[in-house]
Design a protein around this ligand. Structure first.
Ligand code: PXL
Length: 287
């Protein structure tokens, strides 16, 4: 018996302004009773979505010495969770963390783009290395743009329909991960959905979300960190997708209701009390 909290090695950037990556992952997981041990891949003054060219310090040479120190200390992890990578080498470095803690749940959020476009720091080399990294993951959480990049398909915002949505999930899973969650998918008319696949149980899930007229950066990081927190504290896949979807909706609607500058991300600091309550939440249906 151990009395420690579930522990996650979180390999993401730290962006000072704009509420994304480690700046949201750490408080969200703490609110869910999960310890985050951050491995910053880069430090940025802001995210890359609308504040001009941020100051960036690439920390590629930090990532492996950090792993080696943690190994010498004998630290155990329940989950290795990666996101935004600042260089192509960092994909294989994340692979080394996954191999160093083989019993940990390996979660790769293949952060590469949104709305059909790659982020400005994401090079073709990073895309090809991210595709290799995905093979080592147990769970991946691409948005629809990233799912299309990984499958080598053109992005479209037309309604996918149930069969195409299922086929995308299955084909991503065939690359390696037993669990696949695609966010921001257009499956049924007039709705935006987060969809999931559990290969071992051949189960498909869909959670519909309220669509706001504004999109906010960081919502993918917020979704994936609530999903990780849920799975590490006993949620099943559909319950975790429901919880993560609902939290993003609450935080986005709060920012919208306060008329915040969308570049600043969603108001997690006003929404985190909802997460702490840890209610069982159901909002899914079979896909
Ligand atoms: O939330 C994704 C993300 C993470 N990190 C950085 C980003 C973005 C999206 O723009 O720029 C630095």
């Amino acid at each position: 018996m151990t009395n420690r909290s579930p522990r996650v090695a979180a390999i993401h950037d730290l962006s000072g302004f704009g509420r994304c990556s480690l700046a949201v992952i750490i408080p969200i997981l703490a609110a869910m009773g999960v310890q985050t041990c951050p491995v910053p891949t880069a430090i940025l003054s802001t995210h890359t979505g609308g504040f001009g060219y941020p100051e960036i310090r690439d920390l590629t040479d930090f990532v492996m010495p950090c792993l080696e120190h943690w190994k010498r200390l004998g630290i155990e992890f329940d989950c290795i969770y990666s996101g935004f990578l600042a260089s192509e080498q960092q994909a294989s470095q994340v692979g080394s963390y996954i191999e160093a803690w083989p019993n940990a749940l390996a979660v790769v959020d293949p952060v590469m783009g949104d709305d059909g476009k790659a982020y400005r720091t994401v090079t073709p080399q990073i895309i090809s290395q991210m595709s290799r990294l995905v093979k080592k993951a147990d769970l991946i959480t691409p948005n629809l743009t990233e799912a299309c990049i990984l499958l080598g398909e053109n992005y479209t915002n037309e309604v996918l329909g149930r069969d195409k949505a299922r086929s995308m999930l299955v084909r991503l899973s065939e690359k390696g991960p037993a669990y696949v969650v695609i966010t921001g998918a257009f499956v049924v008319p007039g709705k935006i959905s987060n969809i999931g696949y559990d290969r071992d149980h051949n189960a498909f899930w869909r959670v519909d979300c309220n669509l706001l007229p504004i999109s906010y950066p960081g919502t993918g990081d917020i979704f994936a960190s609530v999903l990780v927190g849920g799975l590490l504290t006993g949620d099943s896949l559909p319950i975790a997708i429901s919880r993560a979807s609902r939290f993003v909706e609450i935080a986005a609607a709060t920012a919208y209701g306060y008329n915040c500058d969308p570049r600043e991300g969603v108001m997690i600091e006003k929404s985190i009390p909802w997460l702490i309550e840890q209610n069982t939440i159901v909002g899914y249906e079979p896909l």
